[in-house]
Write a protein that binds this ligand. Structure first.
Ligand code: ATP
Ligand code: MG
Length: 334
C-alpha cells in the first residue's frame, strides 16, 4: 500500500519561487509514489485574512492553477478545499484539549508570524485572535485527517510539524494508538530568500517573485534586487554570497553559467547591470513552460473546477474513515 502525503498551501496569493524550490518541486517528484492529498487551506488563510474573504476565494482557483502549472498531475494528486472537509474542523476541536496556550505562544513560527502582522495583532501580539494562535492545532488536524505520513514543506514549517507530532503522541497516549506521527520532508533549498534579502520569500512579505509574474514585472523586480553594497563601480570585485541576483542565478540558471558568474563577479569582471539582464533572461526561460501551462488552465476553468471537485470528494471519503477511528478511540461514537 502506498504511503500518504498531505501538504497544503494557503490561498493568499499566487505561488512564488519560495514555494516552488522550498516545497513544490518535491510535490512533483513525490506524486508518482504516494497517495497524495494537496490541501488548499482556505480555513487557515482566513485566520489572518478573516476581514478579506474575497482575497481568499479568488486565490483558491489561482493557486490551484499555479500548482497544475508546475507539473502536478490531477490523476495522481487529490486537490481539495479545506473548508469542504468539516472533519478537519471537528478534529481541531478535539485536539485543542491536548495543547496548552503557553505551548502555542512559544511556537517559533507562530511567534515570527505574529511579529510580522502587527497591523492585525498589535505591536506585542496583544490583539492576537484565538483562531490564529490555534492554527497549528488546525494544521495537525489537516495532516492527521488523512493519516499523512510525509509532509513536504519549507523549513519555516518545521515547528508546526513538531507541534503536530506532540499532539499525535498525546492523543495516542490517552486514547490508544490511533494516529500516525508525520515526518517533514524538506527540499535541498529548505528556505528561499526574498528579493530584499529577507531570510524568507513570502506572499505576505512583499518580497516575492511569483510564477505568474509577467516579463515586465520580472524585469522590474530583478533590476531592483539587492546586490553587494560595497560594489560601487562596474569593475569593482564583489562578494556574490551577499548578492540576491547571484542567489537567484543559482536557482534558475545552469551550473556552468553560475560558476562563470561567480568567478567573474569576484574578479570584478562583470557589472551588476549585465548580471541582472542575464538573470532576467534565465528567469524567463525557466518560467516559460509554467506560463504556458497556466495559459491552458486559465482558458479551461471548467477543468480546474472538476479537478477540485474530484479531489475534494476523495479527500472527504478518506477524512470520514479517519474520523470514525478517532471518535471510536475517544468513546464518542454514539
Ligand atoms: P503566507 O505569507 O500567506 O503565509 P507563504 O508565502 O508563507 O504565505 P504558505 O502557503 O504559508 O506560503 O506556505 C506553503 C508552503 O510553501 C509551506 O510548505 C512553506 O514552508 C513553503 N514556503 C513558503 N515560502 C517559502 C520559502 N521562502 N522558502 C521555502 N519554502 C517556502
Ligand atoms: Mg506561510
Amino acid at each position: 500500500m502506498k504511503k500518504t502525503i498531505l501538504t497544503g498551501l494557503r490561498p493568499t496569493g499566487n505561488l512564488h519561487l519560495g514555494h516552488l524550490f522550498g516545497a513544490g518541486q518535491n510535490y512533483v517528484k513525490l506524486q508518482d509514489d504516494y497517495e497524495f492529498y494537496l490541501e488548499i487551506a482556505d480555513v487557515q488563510a482566513l485566520t489572518d485574512n478573516f476581514n478579506n474573504p474575497e482575497k481568499v476565494r479568488k486565490n483558491v482557483k489561482e493557486i490551484t492553477i499555479d500548482l497544475l502549472s508546475i507539473g502536478l498531475d490531477p490523476q495522481k494528486v487529490n486537490f481539495f478545499i479545506q473548508s469542504k472537509i468539516p472533519e478537519i474542523a471537528e478534529l481541531t476541536v478535539y485536539y485543542s484539549n491536548l495543547v496548552t496556550v503557553a505551548r502555542l505562544q512559544r511556537n517559533p513560527t507562530v511567534k515570527t508570524e505574529i511579529a510580522q502582522k502587527k497591523e492585525l495583532f498589535g505591536n506585542d501580539g496583544e490583539s492576537i485572535t484565538y483562531g490564529f494562535l490555534g492554527y497549528p492545532v488546525s494544521q495537525a488536524a489537516d495532516i492527521t485527517a488523512f493519516n499523512g505520513e510525509l509532509v513536504p514543506v519549507g523549513d519555516d514549517q518545521l515547528p508546526l510539524i513538531e507541534q503536530c507530532r506532540e499532539i499525535v503522541r498525546k492523543f495516542n497516549s490517552i486514547y490508544g494508538q490511533t494516529l500516525k506521527e508525520p515526518q517533514a520532508f524538506l527540499s535541498e533549498t529548505k528556505r528561499v530568500k526574498g528579493l530584499d534579502g529577507n531570510e524568507k520569500m513570502g506572499k505576505s512579505l512583499g518580497n516575492a517573485i511569483f510564477l505568474n509574474d509577467s516579463e515586465d514585472i520580472i524585469k522590474e523586480k530583478v533590476m531592483g534586487a539587492i546586490t553587494d553594497p560595497n560594489k560601487i563601480k562596474k569593475d569593482d570585485p564583489a562578494n556574490p554570497d551577499i548578492c540576491m541576483v547571484y542567489y537567484y542565478h543559482n536557482l534558475v540558471n545552469s551550473k556552468e553559467s553560475v560558476n562563470t558568474i561567480c568567478k567573474e563577479c569576484k574578479q570584478g569582471a562583470r557589472g551588476c547591470v549585465q548580471c541582472k539582464k542575464e538573470l532576467i533572461e534565465a528567469m524567463n526561460n525557466f518560467l516559460k513552460p509554467i506560463r504556458e501551462k497556466r495559459k491552458y488552465y486559465e482558458s479551461h476553468p471548467e477543468e480546474v473546477k472538476e479537478i477540485l471537485d474530484n479531489g475534494t470528494k476523495k479527500a472527504k471519503q478518506k477524512a470520514e474513515e479517519q474520523m470514525k477511528k478517532v471518535k471510536s478511540a475517544m468513546k464518542i461514537d454514539y
